[in-house]
Design a protein around this ligand. Structure first.
Ligand code: DGP
Length: 114
């Protein structure tokens, strides 16, 4: 079996993380290096390496990640303004090869991002 991704190790409880949400399709935890007062990663249990590996059958799963972000933003008190980001590939700063949706909020977020 292929080596677990960092996020699969968190999912399995082999690495510590502040998990804030879990369901049958995804789990979410606070980013270790937060870029905003609220910075949560929402990760599908299915191993998809990045956006380029998405298949048409994954479309409901991706929608589920976004409704999860919506709920978490409300729970965290940032529902009035937040950002969701998928980094895809090294040029975009993706450092963990397991699809994850960043949820950022709790401060003014500039545009364009760096
Ligand atoms: P990206 O750069 O888009 O691949 O985002 C990966 C994020 O994962 C990055 O913001 C930092 C976070 N991260 C890396 N290692 C750990 C860890 O061990 N625990 C937690 N909670 N977050 C991590």
């Amino acid at each position: 079996m292929a080596e677990k991704t960092l996020f699969q190790k968190i999912e399995a409880g082999e690495m510590e993380a502040d998990i804030v949400y879990e369901d049958e399709q995804c789990f979410a935890f606070r980013d270790i290096n937060p870029q905003a007062p609220v910075h949560i990663l929402i990760v599908p249990r299915k191993l998809i390496r990045d956006l380029n590996d998405l298949e048409a059958s994954d479309e409901p799963l991706v929608g589920h990640l976004f409704t999860g972000a919506q709920k978490l933003a409300a729970d965290e008190g940032v529902g009035k303004g937040y950002r969701t980001v998928f980094n895809c590939g090294a040029d975009a700063g993706q450092s963990v090869d397991h699809l994850h949706l960043h949820l950022l909020g709790g401060r003014k977020l500039d545009w364009p991002p760096g």
